[in-house]
Write a protein that binds this ligand. Sequence first.
Ligand SMILES: Cc1ncc(COP(=O)(O)O)c(C=O)c1O
Length: 375
Amino acid sequence: MQLQEFTLERIQSLYENLVELNLSDSGVHPYKLSELLTSEQQAELLELELGYGWTNGFVELRETIANLYHNRNSDEVIVTNGSAEANFLMVMSVLKPGDELIVVVPNYLQIAGWAKALEVEVKEVPLLQGTGWLPDLDMLESLVTDKTRMLTICHPNNPTGSTLPLSQIEKLVDFAKKHDIYLHADEVYKGAEFDGVELPSFADLYDKAIVTSGLSKAMAMPGLRLGWLVGPAEEIYATWQSKDYTSITTSSVSEYVANIVLQPEMRSKVLNRSKELLTENLSIMQQWIDENSDWVSFIPPKAGGMAFVRYELDVNSTQLAHELRENLSVFVLPGDVYGMDGYFRVGIGAPAEHLRVGLARIADYVRHQYLGGKS
Ligand SMILES: Cc1ncc(COP(=O)(O)O)c(C=O)c1O
């Protein structure tokens, strides 16, 4: 098995903790435990027995997660270490060498990376910037063969922050139904829609949908490493077998907290905080784009903690990101990690002041370094 470097994650883990202003994250500035738990819950947590628990997640938590979807039960849910493990288990359990996988790109690329290592053939369908990052649906049909086993999409999308209108969601579901293939959706950014209207889950639209999600992004708790998969019971059972071979269980501390924050009232409180922070930051971002429209542009994101910025400078995106990091101690993610040079991704889930100062430094640097001091 040959795994390619996961450049997106590697470049972040190398540098994000070494800069003054990290604008490379895609989630919302994290919570502290003390902001989430009442004093009774904090006391209860201290008394928690640190046993293994259930390898597929404790039943109550699986029921709480199942209740986030229509007509799902605890056998259709497995709790994982982040949505990253959910993605991994899903690929390892559902795909096999020789299968074909259609990936809507740009994408987080973890699924495609594992699939390639497993000798699954990966075919790409682009989201087109010209249409506001909608998928090229005509191209989809031309990629299907009798080996096509799954279509995978990241929705809301990383890195563009785009979401699909209902009509397009339905078209993707119809396509998967027509060809009787799995439809996998990574929905870890769902719940952080700026207009406050939560998107439907693919899990509620198709019985062969497999959905990955977790607490890291819209819910702003990446340190809990708590994710899940929802899908048909048989496939979820297969992922459970793989989990027994990998991490065995998730942390009992994280499961305890997850079962509190995923109760409906608490979940909406958490998501409202995300929306408020992101909406304020999107206006900072929009203003910066307007002030710098001679060299940057973007399609404003609709959800999630990131903006995907197109730039008109004669410099490669990885080089630019390193220059900004070394000279300004500001870190943005280069488009190269998605195979899209000419873009960089800015985390808009950062504290507003970080975003404001970081963006100002970038504009100032670029004006002097690349635009001959023009303002
Ligand atoms: C789309 C997507 N899926 C999954 C992950 C993995 O996140 P976690 O394991 O923290 O849930 C990320 C991380 O950036 C992501 O962007």
